[in-house]
Design a protein around this ligand. Sequence first.
Ligand SMILES: C[S@@+](CC[C@H](N)C(=O)[O-])C[C@H]1O[C@@H](n2cnc3c(N)ncnc32)[C@H](O)[C@@H]1O
Length: 227
Amino acid sequence: MFSLDNRLALCADFVRENSNLADVGTDHAYLPVWLAINHKINSAVACDIRKMPLKNAQSNIDLYGVGDIVSTVLSDGLDEIPPECADDIVIAGMGGELISEIISRTLWLRDENKRLILQPMTRADSLRLFLCRNGFRIIDEKPCISLGKSYSVILAVYDGVIRPCDDIFRYTGLLQFDNSIESKKYISVINGKLKKKLNAFEKNSDEFKHLLELTEKLDSLSKENSQ
Ligand SMILES: C[S@@+](CC[C@H](N)C(=O)[O-])C[C@H]1O[C@@H](n2cnc3c(N)ncnc32)[C@H](O)[C@@H]1O
């Protein structure tokens, strides 16, 4: 038996009991295998664009004897996955732009019964913007720290409503309303990256003033009520 790290454990928490799961970019298939061993899912397709990760995934599926629940599929995003195979879709460990691209071209995700569990490694801001502009509602978002690094896991569902996405929402999502130490740390890391960009602008330019204002707001969000 093995345990998931905090990042994958948080993704697992968002998966509904007895759902049919698609794990996109599965690599070693730890997530679907762990969910199957723990009797949390009905079925899972562990997909990856490359053959080597799928070989590792198949070895783990065999090792833990969950081949009746988890199968592997070679697929770019969800291109080879029929909609009926997946109620809950996890896309974890990829950049926010790639995640957006995969969602964008999978038209069957525009269905209120499908749940997207998304864990961007980079450019979470671009993913949140994509979701707001394309009718996906972020219904939950939680932070975690794994091996000293901050992550956010986003739960989104399609409802067709195009939403505004101001800068604070782009960079912090629902974590701005969460008072946990993990959220504060996430916001502070994101803010540190934005502050580095300040040097690229002339001090009295509009871009500089706009970015400075944003970093000041994020400063107060990362400190507000912090324990
Ligand atoms: C860093 S691993 C993440 C593994 C696991 N999901 C996690 O979060 O720990 C990224 C995996 O995504 C796969 N990948 C990259 N682009 C993909 C795509 N367009 N479709 C499916 N898989 C992809 C890679 O081959 C790799 O195995």
